[in-house]
Design a protein. Structure first.
Length: 522
């Protein structure tokens, strides 16, 4: 597998889907796909247009390889070996890309980490993975603080070795990246992916951008590269295909900054999370010169699609997937008209269906599932065999979403689990509940999603205080902000005398979700 061209050619959808077969080589390393191959053939070719610093700089594939090689040599000098886990706690920027590439060169496993995480959230993920080192910057090193068994490495402050590092040979099933995803029960789980994961993303990324790889294409997303949507829907596919990727830090999404980045970076292809689109719409933004706009995370309605045609002069392509198996369905305006409320159609190489409790395809509504064999499907949940087994029903990976298939289009009905989708982030209530329960004033708590016009949902907490204890909503919000991700704190808190419970002592979340929905409508 080389990064010489996109893997899809223009053809009718039916021909693309029916004729597609995965061509996965016996030897596959993502560092070769996204960097080494291009650096060997076209070292001066533009890889990243980095706007994240004080001034813009253009990073070629040759320069990116030199950065990754130096970092790989330093990591090995620090004792990192094949199979070790290494965290990457950096915002969009060339060093973030180089860190992942360096880790894959060694045959180690990279762990994307959000800058929005606080100390406790970072500690739980780094500790669960058993990471040896975390590649970060000065800000990230301060966030990490003293962390047992994991040392911070700041490339800008280290005297990195010079010279070439020969990328080790790996197979497509060899672990390469560990991405933590939120769930409804227990702590966040790490979805472990092999080196084939990038190859598995390419058909869907290409389709969602109306055959990405056209002359003049240039990719950007405001989504953090620590999220699978930023890392594997934008950064790594762009590098593999040879499409320049713009890196730009946005501490908070703003319409003016967004327009400035698109102009300064000569961006032609954008992945906008739905919340970013809603903010652009609210501001009446118009953006000219784009060739494609993709969106994913939650369905867009007919009104948003109509607005997109006016604002961008093109049709927004919606795509679908999750951390465990991503980019499995998409719209592609260049091939077929979208249907509002639908997630698109199955991407070539991925078989998506709705199935019943018996594991067979259902004619009506059922569980949206993905057949084994998708190249972007995870290897397992990190060291969680029972949770891994529960994710499957026979030969189908369960997404946790409900849907219907109409003429090949996948219509989303709703989430089967209680994961909260807020501003494009999937937020598990369990971690927030656990954090709040550590507050000395809290006796018990339940966290649900409350419908919200801008963010899809907001995090809503229902709290029961200990007898005689006092706490304000602001106190509990600050408690969570200081310990978890800043996007996952409860934006609303209601105090109750007791939570609704079943006879076996389980919280009746359905009742609380109905209550939150009623509050949203009031």
């Amino acid at each position: 597998m080389t990064g010489t061209r996109p893997i899809l050619t223009r053809a009718p959808y039916a021909a693309l889907f029916e004729g597609f077969r995965w061509d996965i080589p016996a030897r596959l390393n993502m560092a070769v796909q996204v960097c080494d191959d291009w650096a060997a053939r076209e070292p001066d070719r533009l890889a990243i247009r980095d706007l994240s610093g004080a001034g813009a700089r253009e990073v070629s594939y040759g320069a990116l390889r030199a950065m990754a090689d130096a970092l790989a040599l330093e990591l090995v000098a620090r004792g990192v070996v094949r199979g070790d886990r290494v965290g990457v706690l950096r915002s969009q920027g060339a060093w973030c890309a180089a860190a992942h590439i360096a880790i894959w060169k060694i045959g180690a496993i990279s762990i994307p980490l959000f800058k929005l995480f606080k100390h406790d959230a970072l500690l739980s993920r780094v500790g669960d993975a058993g990471a040896r080192v975390v590649v970060t910057d000065a800000e990230g090193a301060a966030m990490l603080g003293p962390m047992p068994d994991a040392a911070a490495l700041v490339p800008e402050e280290a005297a990195l070795p010079e010279g070439r590092f020969e990328t080790v040979e790996t197979g497509p099933e060899e672990p390469a990246v560990l991405i933590y995803t939120s769930g409804t029960t227990g702590s966040p789980k790490g979805a472990l992916h092999g080196h084939r994961v990038l190859l598995g993303h390419l058909p869907g990324v290409e389709m969602s951008h109306d055959f990405l790889g056209q002359p003049g294409d240039c990719l950007w997303t405001p989504a953090d590269w620590a999220w699978i949507g930023g890392l594997f829907d934008v950064l790594m596919p762009g590098l593999a295909i040879g499409v320049p990727v713009v890196a730009a830090r946005m501490a908070k999404f703003g319409v003016d900054d967004c327009l400035k980045i698109i102009a300064q970076g000569t961006v032609r292809n954008v992945f906008f999370p739905p919340t970013a689109l809603r903010m652009l719409k609210a501001e009446g933004a118009r953006i000219e010169g784009l060739r494609s706009v993709a969106s994913g995370g939650e369905p867009l309605g007919a009104e948003m699609l109509d607005w997109g045609r006016q604002a961008f002069g093109l049709t927004i392509n919606e795509f679908y997937g999750q951390t465990e198996c991503n980019m499995v369905a998409t719209s592609c305006a260049g091939l077929f008209a979208p249907r509002p409320g639908c997630l698109g159609r199955a991407v070539p190489g991925h078989r998506v269906a709705v199935i019943g409790e018996d594991g067979r395809e259902a004619a009506g509504e059922g569980d949206i599932a993905i057949a084994r064999g998708s190249a972007s499907m995870m290897l397992e949940y990190w060291r969680k065999p029972e949770e891994t087994a529960a994710k499957f029903r026979g030969d189908w990976l369960l997404t946790g979403d409900r849907g219907v298939i109409e003429d090949g289009y996948i219509r989303f009905v709703g989430r089967e689990d209680d994961v909260i989708t807020s501003a494009g982030y999937r937020i598990g209530p369990a971690e927030i509940e656990d954090c709040l329960l550590r507050h000395p004033a809290v006796a018990t708590v339940a966290v649900v999603g409350k419908p919200d016009a801008l963010r899809t949902e907001i995090v809503k907490a229902y709290v029961v205080l200990r007898p005689g204890a006092e706490a304000r909503a602001e106190d509990l919000q600050a408690w969570v902000k200081e310990r978890l991700a800043s996007y996952s704190y409860p934006r609303e808190i209601s105090f109750l005398d007791a939570l609704p419970m079943t006879v076996t002592g389980k919280v009746i979340r359905k009742e609380l979700k109905a209550r939150a929905a009623a509050e949203a409508q009031a």
